[in-house]
Design a binder for this molecule. Structure first.
Ligand code: MG
Length: 368
């Protein structure tokens, strides 16, 4: 099979309401998503989506993806999309690094592998069948009462695991948030406190040794070394996310004993090929993993959940759905969606999501 053409669409994805991370330091109202379709000489096409969570969450932005595609897409014309390691080798030669900008192309090639083989992605990624994937909510930063109200809303929608966004310069407020949420949580529900890099190591050590909460603490500080410093001085288990951008980062985190779990996200790591490598490493070393994407529509969510569904349950925590926060849906009625706190993967070949061309509008670029 040969790649004969690649078309690209840009779509604004407004959120249903503003969303704050990192103690209110970072505000989000709209995502900038890039969809692409890879066409082949066999008449099959595959779809991918690249979508950072705004431009302040990771060293990534929507226009950066599209600038990189100007270099990457022409280099893939004539390549075999089913040779995924070769596809990634070509992309890494043309443009070292910039992993996030390669994710949509890699994902579209995985979609083609599924369509060509007649198998859903969860099967290609290691599972015979896909049980429903447990979902977690994402709770925007606010006062303790505001955050508890949002958790109660999420509980009513079926979510039993919550990612509560905290962090900031007010140490007493963070201790109050953690203790209030932990005390308000029903016995059968769990919470991860996601700090999104907001604390200094000193603040992290002070808050985490003052709070009585003992759930997961995610990305307390900016760097791996800062998080390692904290991990050695607090009683809670540590989950890492934004500071892990490639396999080497994960290897360092493991070697240094910086965490007990990680977030695994195709649009942070460069697609499913790199994500599967990290997932398999995480299984090997016994990590607990939330497997989900950085942002995007139900297409990005569904791709990530195929990887989650194919991961051993003892290494897997709940998955978040970005599309649940969006006011627009480019793929109506398709993909992995919340039903009482769980999502079922499509059994169709590939990832099983195809955007509505009427909603995408005209492509902004075409390579052939
Ligand atoms: Mg996080």
């Amino acid at each position: 099979m040969k790649i004969t053409g690649i078309q690209v669409w840009q779509v604004d994805l407004p959120l249903t309401k503003p969303y704050w991370l990192s103690g209110g330091r970072l505000k989000f109202e709209q995502l900038d998503s890039t969809f692409l379709r890879i066409d082949t000489d066999q008449g099959l096409s595959g779809w991918g989506e690249g979508c950072p969570w705004g431009n302040t969450y990771l060293p990534a932005h929507g226009a950066g993806i599209r600038a990189a595609l100007d270099l990457l897409a022409p280099a893939l014309i004539g390549q075999d999309p089913l040779a995924l390691d070769q596809i990634n080798a070509v992309m890494d030669t043309v443009l070292p690094g910039h992993a996030y900008a390669k994710a949509a192309l890699d994902i579209a090639c995985w979609d083609l592998l599924g369509r060509a083989s007649g198998l859903p992605l969860y099967c290609l990624l290691g599972a015979c069948q896909a049980d429903p994937v447990a979902l977690n909510s994402s709770i925007s930063t606010g006062t303790p009462d505001e955050m508890i109200a949002l958790i109660r809303q999420a509980s009513a929608a079926g979510y039993k695991t919550h990612s509560a966004k905290i962090g900031g310069s007010d140490i007493d407020l963070d201790i109050a948030r953690m203790d209030a949420i932990a005390n308000a949580l029903p016995a059968d529900e769990q919470v991860t406190f996601d700090v999104n890099r907001a604390w200094t190591p000193a603040a992290a050590v002070q808050v985490l040794n003052s709070s009585t909460a003992r759930g997961w603490i995610e990305q307390p500080c900016q760097t791996l070394d800062q998080c390692l410093h904290v991990a050695k001085r607090v009683p809670q288990p540590i989950m890492l996310d934004e500071c892990l951008l490639d396999f080497q980062d994960h290897l360092e985190a493991w070697k240094q004993g910086a965490c007990e779990g990680v977030k695994v996200k195709p649009n942070r790591l460069g697609g499913l090929t790199r994500c599967r490598q990290v997932r398999d490493f995480g299984v090997s070393v016994g990590w607990s993993m939330h497997i989900e994407d950085v942002g995007g529509s139900v297409l990005a969510d569904t791709v990530a959940l195929h990887l989650a569904a194919s991961t051993p349950s003892e290494n897997r925590l709940a998955s978040w759905l970005s599309h649940a926060h969006l006011a627009v849906d480019p793929c109506p009625g398709q993909g992995a969606r919340n039903v009482e706190g769980f999502a079922q993967l499509p059994d169709t070949p590939g990832h099983g999501v195809e955007p509505d061309l009427g909603i995408l509008g005209a492509p902004i670029a075409r390579y052939d």
